[in-house]
Design a protein around this ligand. Sequence first.
Ligand code: SAH
Ligand code: SF4
Ligand code: F3S
Length: 445
Amino acid sequence: MNRKVHIKTYGCQMNEHDTQRMVDMLREEGYTPTDLIEEAGLILVNTCSVRANPENKVYSFLGALRPQKARSPELIVGVAGCVAQQVGESLLAREPLVDFVFGPDNLFRLPEMIEVARQGERRCWTDWQPWEGPVKEFVPEEWVEQGHVEGFKAYIAITKGCNNYCSYCIVPHTRGREVSRSSESILREAQGMIERGAKELWLLGQNVNSYAASPDYGFYELLEELSQLEGLLRLRFTSPHPRDWHNRLADLMAASPVICKHVHLPFQAGSDAVLKVMGRRHSRQDYLDKVRYLRQRIPQVEISTDLIVGFPGETEEDFQQTLDIVEEVRFSQVFPFKYSVRPGTKAAELPDDVLREEKESRLARIIALQDSINEAAQEALIGTEQSVLIDGPHPRIAGRWNGRTDGYRAMTVLADKLQPGELVMARVMSARGHWLQGEVLTADS
Ligand code: SAH
Ligand code: SF4
Ligand code: F3S
């Protein structure tokens, strides 16, 4: 039997993390991952349905597999992730080459699903799991002991699902209700990862800061406990929601040398009228107040964001208020998206009335503004000292090493020999596009 597996992943870090879990499970079953799709006997595609664009890519990907399936009928093809959860059974009808379809809640059954597929049964596995207990341990015990460490980085899912139902968003429909794991399980997973070489942990959740193991143990308490783990160099989290962002989180970040000074805090829209229809449950001013406090407590903090242009009913004046926030906050990164209708969401009932050209022009205006802000911000960092966690050597230039600053800016440094996972202090000498360039500071420099 061909036990080479190729996995294609779309979407967010939660999906990347789910893919890591799949790889681990399949290794246990004797599979080896391959980048070469043609040599695989098992192909999995982990899908994203947050916008039409990533969803359409899934169908093109599957279409392109037809010749391979025709050549090797024993090839098994499985579709995972958010598109799978959402469209379920109909994917089997639409794409005859697909052997099985499964949602994120069924991930842990992967070996069983493959077995059923090998026996020739085409099946859809999208039922929700009950996850027993008051805190829902959605990460199986074997995984807690064997958390996936990639080099020196590791992801930990602390919550799954989302209860916010922002009107445009498909995620609550594909990932289900929000569930938090116990802190005991998370801490044990983190500890094991550090013992196996993790130096940087990323806490993941669709709305990571609404984590709540009990009424008096929430995201703050968890972050505080994790930040004290021996051997951990950096702690990051994504994505927090502005409504659940409390100023004491900024206080905690300011006091901790381990919690990185970077917050990815999506604001989505600058106008209160649009925010209301989006169901974000925070105002423009709430957002700006929280950002102001963050900056006051941590002057060097880097803030990044997501936003949507062309939401139903968004006028030029509404859009101006989005531009104003981008101008005022001076984000380190902005991820702007054109509104995309997601069938089944509340906003899908509204007319998608901002013309495509108008959405494109608004997107271009955001990008141009952010580019100029970023250029100035990068220039302003020249001469500063940054701590850089090294990812690895520059792919082409010897003597250069790539890494990330505490604030999550990409930085390349000159040095003879460094190790991935090494933390160095470096002085920024120049800036080019999204990259800072610098020199490692030795003890006496
Ligand atoms: N949980 C995260 C967002 C996850 S989706 C949060 O609430 O912050 C990632 C981003 O995709 C969102 O922040 C939003 O900007 C964008 N997005 C989600 N649904 C969208 C849609 N229907 N059209 C366009 N962009 C969308
Ligand atoms: Fe979607 Fe809103 Fe939940 Fe984020 S908070 S995943 S945008 S519903
Ligand atoms: Fe996409 Fe699902 Fe993540 S819709 S953004 S893969 S939660």
